[in-house]
Ligand binder design. Structure first.
Ligand code: SF4
Length: 493
């Protein structure tokens, strides 16, 4: 019988996608996913170093697993991801029952390291300083039948002082456009309707091969792929956001009018201290251009409150930008020191109580704006790609959930004459919005349309795309799991 595995993922969407690759690698090496509730033979922690207490959480979890491992001889524990890249050998010193530690640059080594640890009966720690192979050349077992991540770059050449990404993920490495498009095509061939292009800074895509317009061109090329209905991307950086990308978004029908544009602060003084090279005026002017080209664009952002040295005046500047920008949503963070970042050693850390008070004011303002924008949508028809696991209360409310083209979460009742058989995750419905809440829309009337899709067929049959690392054009099928995750770095989520 094959050995079983379980992957526990923390952090950003990069990690979620890396875990899809870890699953693909392990399955290629003969492992099988552990059944729900069963004790796996191998537990892999794919860690995140962004949160201040990330290490406490990891060592707490490793501590809980120690007695389980003692009772199950042969069980192995592996730790990878950003925290492993940062803590390296420290992990096996603090938790000597860990078998394998691998970093962000060598996820492909996991099966070999597990085997070596077993054979030598000794922990294996392997951390590389730079990328061995682009992770997308590794096999991946995809979580979703209808939506897929596609990495276009890894690492980041910026030096934002609050961010750990450059030291843990290294300098930006761009993938060739042909490889990216081959992977997108492979996913679409397997029925996937939506792809999200992933990079820490998608707008600098092309810097490595000398084409500063490469990202806009990539969006347009995605638009030529038959059957690909939705293209999203995350995260752009205001510094490198160029007009050709706005034009490509507006002129390519499959590119969704959704933009997640990290602001971080509305104070130019704080932006300077963060080493973010744009200023609030430039930031707002980009939003103006985006809205001129796409009046229906839904724009979200990330904001850090309480960066070292932030004064009340700085914070008010952030509130001013938030009022002017009219984000439909914001991921708001209270600044916390991230060991290893330049900002962690700055004087003038803002007292916790002050940060909390500012944070609450910011959240209240943003909620007011989000709610107002969502209320404006009542009565409109939205196209929803039905998803799985996004509506926590769906079973109580007899609703289903999914994402509108602009990324808004929609809870709808799957009823009405338009329903063809049964609505399934992966299908597409058109629903009339009956209520706009601050963080979601509700559509409780009969559906205006329901389209059964290949994604829905695959979801129903329990099959998921599997992209092969050897030939991106030859995907195979595997089976699901889903584990959502929060943010990291430039909030690739
Ligand atoms: S915040 Fe984003 S742009 Fe800045 S260093 Fe981190 S990943 Fe790069």
């Amino acid at each position: 019988m094959s050995r079983t595995y379980q992957i526990r993922t923390y952090g950003c969407q990069m990690n979620v996608h890396d875990s899809e690759r870890l699953a693909g690698l392990l399955e290629d090496a003969g492992y099988a996913p552990a059944a729900a509730g069963a004790i796996p033979d191998v537990v892999v922690f794919n860690t995140c170093a962004v949160r201040e207490n990330a290490d406490n959480r990891l060592y707490g979890n490793l501590g809980h697993l120690h007695p389980v491992k003692k009772e199950h001889p042969g069980m192995q524990i592996a730790v990878g991801g950003c925290l492993a890249q940062k803590d390296r050998g420290e992990i096996v010193k603090r938790a000597p029952w860990v078998d394998v530690v691998f970093g962000t640059h060598n996820i492909g080594s996991l099966p070999v390291l597990l085997e070596r640890a077993r054979h030598n009966n000794e922990a294996q720690v392997e951390i590389l300083e730079s990328l061995e192979v682009f992770p997308s050349t590794l096999p991946a077992r995809r979580d979703s039948a209808y939506s897929g991540w596609v990495s276009i770059s890894v690492g980041c050449n910026n030096t934002c002082t609050f961010c750990i990404v450059p030291s843990l993920r290294g300098r930006e490495k761009d993938r060739r456009p042909g490889d990216v498009l081959a992977e997108v095509q492979a996913l679409v061939d397997e029925g996937v309707l939506e792809v999200t292009l992933l990079g820490q800074n998608v707008n600098s895509y092309g810097v490595e091969f000398g084409d500063r317009y490469a990202f806009g061109k990539l969006l347009r090329s995605c638009g030529e792929i038959d059957g690909l209905e939705r293209v999203r991307f995350t995260s752009p950086h205001p510094r490198d956001f160029t007009d050709d990308v706005i034009a490509a978004m507006a002129e390519t029908p499959s590119v969704c009018h959704q933009l997640h544009m990290p602001l971080q602060s509305g104070s130019d003084r704080v932006l300077r201290a963060m080493r973010r090279s744009y200023r609030s005026e430039r930031y707002l002017s980009i939003l103006d251009k985006v809205r001129a080209a796409m009046p229906d664009a839904a724009i979200t952002t990330d904001i850090i409150v309480g960066f070292p040295g932030e004064t009340e005046e700085d914070f008010r500047a952030t509130l001013d930008v938030v009022r002017a920008a009219r984000f439909c949503g914001a991921f708001t963070f209270q600044y916390s020191k991230r060991p290893g970042t330049p900002a962690a050693v700055l004087d003038e850390q803002v007292p916790k109580a002050v940060v909390q008070e500012r944070y609450e004011r910011l959240v209240a303002l943003q909620e007011e704006i989000s709610w107002e924008l969502n209320r404006d949508l009542v009565g409109r028809i939205v196209e929803v790609l039905v998803s799985e696991g996004e509506g926590r209360k769906d079973s109580e409310t007899h609703r289903m959930s999914g994402r509108a083209r602009d990324g808004r979460l929609v809870h709808f009742t799957p009823v009405g004459d338009a329903v063809d058989g049964q609505v399934r995750p992966g299908d597409v419905v058109h629903a009339v919005v009956t209520y706009g809440a601050p963080h979601h829309l509700v559509a409780d009337g009969p559906l205006a349309a329901h389209r059964r899709t290949r994604s829905g067929d695959h979801w129903e049959a329990g099959v998921r795309p599997r992209t092969s690392g050897v030939s991106l054009g030859l995907p195979k099928f595997g089976r699901p799991p889903v584990e959502p995750a929060p943010t990291g770095g430039c909030a690739v989520r």
